[in-house]
Design a protein around this ligand. Sequence first.
Ligand SMILES: NC(=O)c1ccc[n+]([C@@H]2O[C@H](COP(=O)([O-])OP(=O)(O)OC[C@H]3O[C@@H](n4cnc5c(N)ncnc54)[C@H](O)[C@@H]3O)[C@@H](O)[C@H]2O)c1
Length: 702
Amino acid sequence: MGSVNGSIDLRRDGDVAIITIDNPPVNALKHEVRAGLIEALRQIGDPAIHAVVIACAGRTFSAGADISEFGKPLKSPGLQEVIAALEAVPKPTVAALHGTALGGGLELALGCHYRVAAPGTRVGLPEIKLGILPGAGGTQRLPRLMGPEKALAAILSGDPIPTAQAHADGIIDEIVTGDLTAGAIAFARKVVSEHRPLTLVRNREDKLAAARANPQGYGDAAAKLTSRSGGRRAPAAVIESVRNAFTLPFDDGLAREQALFRELVVTDESRAQRHIFFAEREAARVPDMPQGVKPHPFERAVVIGAGTMGGGIAMSFANVGIPVIVVETAKDLLTKGLDRVADTYRTTIKRGRLTQDEMDKRMALISGSVELEAAGNVDVVIEAVFEEMGLKKEIFGKLDTIARPGTLLATNTSTLDINEIARATKRPQDVLGTHFFSPANVMRLLEIVRGKETSFAALATAIALGRKLAKVPAVVGVCDGFVGNRMLAKRGTEAERLLLEGALPQEVDGAVTEFGFPMGPFAMGDLAGLDVGWRIRKARGVKAEITDPLCEAGRFGQKTGKGYYIYQAGARTPTPDPEVEQIIVAASKRLGIERHKISREEIVERMVYPMINEGARILAEGIAYRPSDIDVIWIYGYGWPVWRGGPMFYADLVGLPHIRDRLALYAKRSGDKSLEPAPLLAKLAAEGKGFASVGAAAGAAA
Ligand SMILES: NC(=O)c1ccc[n+]([C@@H]2O[C@H](COP(=O)([O-])OP(=O)(O)OC[C@H]3O[C@@H](n4cnc5c(N)ncnc54)[C@H](O)[C@@H]3O)[C@@H](O)[C@H]2O)c1
């Protein structure tokens, strides 16, 4: 007894053996853990030991496999072997769960006879988020505890299940308040003294009966749950594997699950999702940040402007318990803005995703003011007023006199020069951009825009704040549109060109959604409103050949019931409109362009390659530190399908020489020089390399 190896401890408490996994930070099931578990299970044969508890040290039960082992030859013992050894133990086995028991961690626990958990524990099988399926029996055992349909929904979503729900669903047998290990030991003794049955999960059949009697019901549920998963392979594999749980003998189902896992783990889909898993964590790392820079506290915040973005940003604060004051110019505007926030919460309640009590708590954290002086006593100020440089500079000038030293002064501008805004203060080191995406309370991406003089402390604070707000922060440099919108603009130009050359909005949008985006550029334009850009263009004296005539005809998008598409009253489904086709055809004619059929393949190339090209320029300029940051921005801010790994990852998959050649062709055909392959892209293509070979550019962003 004692230390089995560097990651496993085995001790006794009277007649109960306690095996503890200790592999910080999340007790990942690396090889040493698996080998140690097998060894510990071998050592508990002593007849004086009547029961076994499996627990984890630190802040959580095991959060699953060690992802860095994926794609490498598996070193024996695998997790399945560990679970088989656990199931062979003839004494009661009890898993003691706390924190998160995820993936392989939960699968290990499912190999025990019983599971107890501390309040606040969350369990789940998140493998789908990495493009794979649980590969150590999760798809066979979970349906035996909660029923196939529920298990299918849980495995397809990959989301963690809270304690109470897991208890109600039969995954957890008892919730332990107080000391978890002591509670687990007491539970184990109860099992022994009461001679409770030692039925392994693999042998339980009761929850499978309903699906066996009505397999069609399972099929219908599966179809509903995956109606939007496109051509992805992992969801289909999960459906098959969970079905096997009630149609095949257990061991056959297990073997098939293994085979499916091996097939999935080598797909581009899974590689892409693993890439994003790491990229997301990397995107907030600033290469030249010195060691030991500490974020400032952010206990109270002010948001200036109660418009679309200000309201959403205020909600993001309240949602995580940070008190926030919203500042407006007038009482009525403030009331209107806060009413809209309350309405949004009410809608969430109606959808069953929030309780009235939670809404009340959140609303109580949001207060209003018509005095900018409210910014005098807070740690963070986020400005979200109209997109006008003069106005923003005026506000930052005032903030300079009002805010305490060290207060983070952030602007939500989407286009303006942050360095110029910073210069309106005498503390440019405290100024940066926090570019939220709409709706700000929902969208995960937070572009943190680093100005020339932004201090490391301000950057560290913004990153920590972003994480606290449950966002995915990505640090970028100052340029027009930053990373995301700058690339989006390239797609917009090409989308209009496609219409002029012969495509229709529904064809372009169709190709883009088939690629995996939730929406195409034209449906997105209708949703956002076409009039905003139209007014900006008019002020700048710029023309858009198709959107301008649409706006002149009062077609502003969904808000007027008509845009690139027509919308039935109150509905959001875009329907193609012959009137739009006429406007497009007339525009082609006016410009002397002969319309022709454009293939889906070409549409996809022209929607994606110009963005990749711009991404290459952004990298060369040091506006983004790494290609993977650009991928993160497109996945969390613009709906790029995660299973395609982001534009730069996708470019490497397609191969840069092909992209270079196609861009050269499209540049020649259109006469648009910006489509010519960017120097970095051309160089990498010539060297036979990909974007993945480009390292982080230290200190370049700004
Ligand atoms: N709407 C988007 O999708 C989006 C996305 C990202 C960033 N942004 C940026 O966010 C900012 C706000 O955009 P929005 O869409 O929320 O605009 P909005 O017009 O909906 O809201 C702006 C609000 O600011 C208020 N305001 C104006 N001057 C003020 C002042 N001096 N003090 C306090 N409040 C003042 C206005 O009354 C209005 O309620 C802009 O910089 C915009 O570029 C917008």
